[in-house]
Write a protein that binds this ligand. Structure first.
Ligand code: FE2
Length: 106
């Protein structure tokens, strides 16, 4: 997976170092958001709903990226982004289902 990213980045002239740096910064921001959202003693429903929020953000990110792939010459890049988008949509669907199941138990 990482090799494919590097290969695509090189083919397209992307700055892989910058991509990795932005990715790390985003992960740190997400960790802070999680701490703020969940607080010290989150219950299961809060945790599941935060997970839904995070998955929703991932779906949005890959939807936007998918719209950009039309301008990129690499077919591998477009296929990879669409594959990840499908995975993220499945994650969101699963999280939503779990949150609904959990709230109906309470
Ligand atoms: Fe995900």
């Amino acid at each position: 997976m990482e090799d494919l990213n590097k290969e695509i980045a090189e083919d397209e002239g992307f700055d892989l170092k910058n991509i990795n740096s932005v990715s790390e910064e985003t992960a740190q921001k997400a960790a802070k958001m999680m701490e703020t959202y969940l607080g010290q003693d989150p219950d299961t429903q809060e945790a599941l709903e935060f997970l839904c929020l995070a998955e929703g953000a991932e779906v949005t990110h890959y939807e936007v990226l998918s719209s950009v792939t039309k301008e990129v010459k690499s077919r591998k890049f477009g296929n990879k982004v669409r594959g990840i988008l499908k995975e993220e949509q499945n994650h969101l669907e699963t999280c939503t289902k779990l949150a609904k199941q959990n709230i109906s138990k309470e």
